[in-house]
Design a protein around this ligand. Structure first.
Ligand SMILES: Nc1ncnc2c1ncn2[C@@H]1O[C@H](COP(=O)(O)OP(=O)(O)OP(=O)(O)O)[C@@H](O)[C@H]1O
Ligand SMILES: Nc1ccn([C@H]2C[C@H](O)[C@@H](COP(=O)(O)O)O2)c(=O)n1
Length: 221
């Protein structure tokens, strides 16, 4: 186990189903660090817009709703909790209706500016943190001590997501993994490592091997 008292920011990005959330959360636990799931923040504000009846095609209305959103997210890797305007949406934001709407909100550049501002504040508030999401290594935390692009083949990502969701419908998986990435990649680069970002391909690694590989990169960093 790698535990030190030194300040630490680890940034992990990559495509859908590559293992960012699960691997980052476990690495954070073992490092005695906080954990930030930035995708959960985009999901929560998307749920909020849908719940409020905000037209997702009205970019200004969406941005206004997001700026006004009272969003709370746990950064304890052992406590998953997201609240918006006091409503606990921890479970709801994982449902397919949110997954299929989230790109419409996440590709709004004014929304991204607001989310990046909040994410940087959450990261700065923690002495040690592992943060993950599509633009973490490039935009949110380009100065992080260790920056990792976690990848996996399309086949591995679809298989993992299918097992995770118990979803056998190939078309639904395709929408949730491949089509969502295609939309999200119009505003973030999470397929090619930028300068200083280390690529970790988990296609042929088990979950445990992937966590260990991240901890080794942090140690070496
Ligand atoms: N190396 C691995 N081997 C096998 N399964 C893995 C591995 N890494 C992650 N998984 C599993 O794959 C599934 C998807 O992982 P996870 O949700 O962490 O991906 P993600 O990159 O955060 O996706 P998204 O960006 O869509 O939220 C989870 O069930 C996770 O346990
Ligand atoms: N830093 C981030 C994090 C997430 N997103 C977008 C991309 C996804 O469609 C959506 C939900 O993320 P997930 O929970 O699937 O990781 O949010 C982003 O654009 N930037």
């Amino acid at each position: 186990m790698t535990v030190t008292d030194a300040a630490l920011v680890v940034a992990i990005d990559g495509p859908s189903g590559s293992g960012k959330s699960s691997v980052a959360k476990e690495a954070a636990r073992r490092l005695g660090a906080a954990y930030l799931d930035t995708g959960a923040m985009y999901r929560a504000v998307t749920w909020h817009c849908l719940d409020a009846g905000t037209d997702l095609d009205d970019a200004d209305a969406v941005a206004q709703a997001v700026r006004a959103a009272e969003l709370e997210i746990s950064t304890d890797p052992s406590l998953e909790r997201v609240r918006i305007h006091g409503t606990d949406v921890t479970e709801t934001i994982r449902l397919p209706f949110v997954s299929e709407a989230v790109s419409a909100v996440a590709t709004n550049l004014d929304v991204r500016e607001e989310m990046v501002r909040r994410q940087r504040a959450l990261i700065a508030a923690q002495p040690r943190i592992v943060a993950e999401g599509r633009d973490i290594t490039t935009v949110v935390a380009p100065d992080a001590k260790t920056r990792i692009l976690l990848t996996a083949s399309e086949e591995a990502r679809l298989r993992r997501r299918g097992i995770q969701l118990g979803e056998a419908d190939a078309a639904a998986l395709q929408r949730q993994v491949i089509e969502r990435d295609a939309k999200d990649s119009t505003v973030s680069n999470f397929t090619r490592a930028s300068d200083g970002v280390i690529t970790l391909d988990s296609s042929d690694l088990t979950f445990e091997q992937t966590v260990q590989a991240v901890l080794t990169l942090v140690d070496e960093g």
